[in-house]
Design a protein around this ligand. Structure first.
Ligand SMILES: *Cc1c(COP(=O)(O)O)cnc(C)c1O
Length: 399
């Protein structure tokens, strides 16, 4: 029995995976168990910002493994203290809680907002406002604010789900605020929903509404954060700060870790006993976070994103102009999308065969979330393969 057959026998089928077993990585390239090489423009879904095999990152993890990997949160550990300080310096916020995943970061953020409202008035049934086409994770709390009824239907009572508003429609959000609204949650740039950046007036308007109504504003930057947008966090470009920030994905660059980070307004909402985690912020995960921030600084990675990101924009724009199958280009720097007039799955499969890893964001959108260390030459290689596969696809579509 080959490995793929065995996988189907032992693993619960919640994914339709590509028939590839990835084995190792180097720089911005991945290799499968047959030795085939792939240029990676997916980064394990916007996770592997440093690419593969970064020496400083590997050494930090190896050192930590030799020292201590887990303590529980009954005690302090030095890597977590350092990592928290670096995350606060980068975000301009006040307090950190480390989690093991993105969805757990969102769960924590929701609990902060609920407790903040409860402390003002414990006798109400509080609700969230979330955005249509949003994605915040698969656990039940996160799912309740994920604006995709298809994901929710079998799993959540309707009255447990957030009120959904149209993204980038401030008056719709305003109209949905009631005296039981405890929080408004949104992605600064929507990822899974098809790469839709928020308009400045929208984000600033929500900030203002949350201040006026004393509502907790949660920005989910699990995907768009950590430098991908050309600033460490995308909200910096809007001149606002959230009350609670969620991050994960590139935060650990491959070691599973997330965080929710509170502004002073919400830092005392949760008290001992209100929230916890066995693994969250353990020395191994925290050492990864700490190393990631150091490497970003030493390699001037965010500046690099702005340079190579501008080049990617130019190249994707040219491709979009040249191909009638492409409806539009969206996004910024190293979080971009091309919306096609046709489903993109066959095109993505074709690119994979040609040694290029791309991922989708919905049926018709190809999403570009490469390692942040890619070069202009890598962009050129990607465009060459995509262009070639697109031509074949266009011919097949005419048949
Ligand atoms: C990926 C993602 C999540 C969920 O993160 P997991 O680590 O998969 O739980 C939440 N929000 C956004 C915006 C994401 O992109």
């Amino acid at each position: 029995m080959d490995q793929l057959q065995q996988a189907e026998q032992v693993m619960l089928k919640t994914y339709n995976r590509f028939p590839v077993v990835l084995d190792r990585g180097e720089g911005v390239f991945l290799y499968d168990t047959d030795g085939k090489k792939y240029l990676d423009f997916g980064a394990g879904i916007a996770v592997c910002a440093l690419g593969y095999g970064n020496e400083a990152y590997k050494n930090a993890l190896k050192d930590q493994i030799d020292r201590l990997t887990h303590t529980s949160n009954l005690y302090y550990n030095a890597p977590a203290i350092e990592a928290a300080q670096k995350l606060l310096d980068a975000s301009g916020l006040d307090k950190v809680f480390f989690t093991n995943s993105g969805t757990e970061a969102v769960e924590g953020a929701l609990k902060v907002a609920l407790k903040y409202a409860y402390n003002k008035d414990p006798n109400k049934d509080y609700q969230f406002i979330a955005m249509k086409q949003s994605f915040h994770g698969r656990s039940l709390g996160s799912l309740s604010v994920t604006g995709n009824p298809h994901y929710q239907e079998a799993f959540l009572r309707k009255d447990f789900c957030a009120v959904l508003a149209d993204y980038n429609d401030l008056s719709d959000v305003e109209a949905k605020i009631t005296d039981t609204t405890c929080g408004i949650i949104l992605e600064t740039i929507q990822g899974e929903g098809g790469i839709h950046p928020a308009e400045p007036e929208f984000i600033r308007g929500i900030r203002k509404l949350c201040d006026e109504h004393d509502i907790v504003m949660i920005l989910d930057e699990i995907q768009c954060g950590m430098g991908r947008s050309g600033t460490m966090f995308a909200y910096e470009q809007y001149g606002v700060k959230p009350d609670v920030l969620t991050c994960a994905k590139a935060l650990g660059c491959g070691v599973p870790v997330g965080a929710f980070v509170t502004a002073e307004k919400c830092s005392s909402a949760l008290v001992p006993g209100d929230h916890g985690t066995t693994y969250g912020g353990n020395p191994l995960a925290a050492a990864a976070v700490s190393a990631v921030f150091d490497i970003y600084r030493e390699q001037h990675l965010v500046e690099h994103v702005r340079e190579v990101g501008a080049y990617l924009t130019e190249k994707l724009e040219e491709l979009a102009q040249a191909s009638p199958l492409i409806k539009e280009r969206r996004g910024i720097h190293l979080i971009q999308g091309l919306e096609f007039t046709i489903p993109v799955a066959p095109l993505i499969r074709k690119c994979l065969e040609h040694g290029l890893i791309l991922i989708s964001a919905g049926t018709n959108v190809i999403r570009f979330v490469p390692p942040l260390v890619i070069t202009k030459e890598d962009v050129d290689s990607m465009i060459r393969i995509l262009e070639c596969c697109l031509k074949e696809e266009a011919i097949e579509n005419k048949k």
